[in-house]
Design a protein around this ligand. Sequence first.
Ligand code: GDP
Length: 435
Amino acid sequence: NPVVAIVGRPNVGKSTIFNRLAGERISIVDDVSGVTRDRIYAKGEWLGKTFNIIDTGGIDITDEPFMSQIKLQAQVAIEEADVIIFLTSVREGVTDADENVARILYQSDKPVILAVNKVDNPEMRAEIFDFYSLGLGEPYPVSGSHGLGLGDLLDSVVANFPSEDENAEEEDIINFSFIGRPNVGKSSLVNAILGEERVIVSNIAGTTRDAIDTMFVDEEGTKFRMIDTAGIRKKGKVYESTEKYSVMRAIRAIERSDIVMVVLNAEEGIQEQDKKVAGYAHEAGKGIIILVNKWDTLEKDNHTMKEFEEKIRKEFQYLSYAPIMYVSAVTKQRLSTIPAKIKEISENQNRRISSSLLNDVLMDAVAHNPTPTDKGRRLKIYYMTQVAVKPPTFVVFVNDPELLHFSYERFLENRIRDSFDFEGTPFHLIARQKK
Ligand code: GDP
């Protein structure tokens, strides 16, 4: 999806506009313990086009003086967004801070749309002409609090999206990415794997100028695209170490991936932020492999791996389907087995099970573990069918969906997983009432 960023000095109303433009908010998971919802990133839709929207005001870099905060936000927008909304306010008119932001935005070749907020009534429209002086073209009057002018603004945003065929999805390529906290070793892994794979096809520009994807082909001719979101291979900016920025980058990588490598640092164990990004990959229905990197740094005995696995399974209960690999970007331990594993997971997430096989498993499961009752009524299961892949999605027809409790749903999922190989992929089970 194209990315839209809103930039501007504090108090112009960025969050209000963000909330107006954002439809469904992208939540960073879920019912898993301790995971918060992130507010800086959301999905929007206009004229049938979906996009992701960033509130750069949410990326606060503490201890930075006012102006450098705004500059950093503008830089994030320039690097991450396809279209930038530069928000000002008619109440204060054109300020020095606005002019500073404009100067940074001139230097980018991303489309910038100038919006003037707080134009709460038509009489105030005359005052927006001052904003032509910012040199960014026609100012769009809007009112976040009254919801005015947003349609025209969105028309212009959508008209400036990059043309779609540039990023056309190719069916037979497996897209994968590395996500994780700063310093877990993502860049090192990317570079080490590129060192191992001799058949590099090309470096291609991704959705933004800064993203460099790499394609390679294995011996059997399977094509892989390693997604490198902006900057993973050229680092060193202040804001990259902020948690929100790295979460945002992870979300973008996840969206473009079929399979996500969740990278953990063996030295540091599992941290809250690890759960956040992993949770998002899970929610997004992507294939997942857990990579425990820096495995070379541990003093190991016979139990080390088992103990680590137990910790991971406990902390990431919802990822019980994800395989775990213990690797090192430095010694290259097991790196050569990663593409084969990715391929396996790709097959699993694309697997289709015939309804007859599925119903054999279902009948067998019900025979071994009778369906639950609730308030004197028993769940009846009639039939199950697979309706989608990536992730595999099953519809089960029942007498009353409310009777299919979580624990029985889990049981059915496990029986299906025992019978067919769905390692590495989440799985959706939808209950429908049989008419
Ligand atoms: P990123 O922020 O996730 O991209 O992390 P980097 O790839 O920049 O790695 C952070 C630091 O960890 C660097 O100093 C790397 O040299 C080091 N590092 C990465 N992978 C390994 C590994 O497998 N073993 C060891 N010992 N160090 C590693």
